[in-house]
Design a protein around this ligand. Structure first.
Ligand SMILES: O=C(O)COP(=O)(O)O
Ligand SMILES: [Mg+2]
Length: 227
């Protein structure tokens, strides 16, 4: 049997897909239902990349509720998921150049994986709606293994489930969580600058930084010791 190919492991929110508008719409539907004020997309910033609960907490804070009961956050989280999954991709769009970059990756022999901290069924639903699910050999979510990124397990699992080998695999993400997860898994990481991050990704010392997916393959070619 020939040695398996390495994988490109993509984060989802802020890397493959700009999901901000649907996330904000679901959050604001919850706020409206609660008789609270909506929050502007700018108020949420990097929180689009860290899951729904911090976004809910921020929206409550913006409404003068700085210290909500955890049980209350959980109640609102379930409402958020109901709204979000009812129209998951209405406003979400893949970032420019991703389809071309994935096509080139296929031609170059990479296996393709998704490793997100979104829950696996929701991530599948989103990519399915965008007709992108079939582009990948595996998808691992934040709830697939015992711990989400920055733990190494989901990255390792995404590579394995893609039928790929770890050596030579590369993570592509938009946040510190992705960079730390790649480091934990022992693979290089390319950071995108167009996602949701609290600190500019360049300050987090990824192995390469890209501003657009047309820069992905040149960046991969520049990584030392790959393939
Ligand atoms: O939903 C989250 O927690 C973030 O999702 P991501 O890992 O695809 O950026
Ligand atoms: Mg992300």
């Amino acid at each position: 049997m020939s040695t398996p190919a390495p994988a490109l492991v993509f984060d989802l929110d802020g890397t493959l897909v700009d999901t901000r508008h649907d996330l904000a719409a679901a959050l604001n539907s919850v706020m409206r239902e609660e008789g609270l004020s909506a929050v502007e997309i700018e108020t949420l910033g990097h929180l689009f990349g860290v899951g729904a609960r911090p976004m809910i907490a921020k929206a409550l804070w913006a409404n003068g509720i700085p210290d909500p009961d955890p049980a209350e956050i959980e109640r609102l989280y379930l409402r958020f998921i109901a709204f979000y999954t009812a129209d998951i991709a209405g406003l979400s769009r893949p970032f420019p150049g991703i389809h071309e970059a994935l096509e080139t990756a296929r031609k170059d022999g990479w296996r393709l994986a998704v490793c997100t901290n979104k829950s696996e069924p929701i991530a599948r639903q989103l990519l399915d709606h965008l007709k992108m699910l079939d582009l990948f050999d595996s998808l691992v979510g934040g709830d697939t293994f015992a711990r989400p990124k920055p733990d190494a397990a989901p990255v390792l699992g995404a590579v394995e489930r893609a039928g790929a080998r770890l050596a030579g695999s590369v993570m592509i993400g938009d946040s510190k969580t992705d960079i730390d997860a790649a480091r934990a898994a022992g693979i290089p990481v390319v950071a995108v600058t167009f996602g949701y991050t609290a600190v500019p990704v360049r300050e987090l010392s990824p192995d390469a930084v890209i501003d657009h997916f047309e820069e992905l393959h040149p960046a991969l070619a520049g990584l030392p010791g790959l393939r």
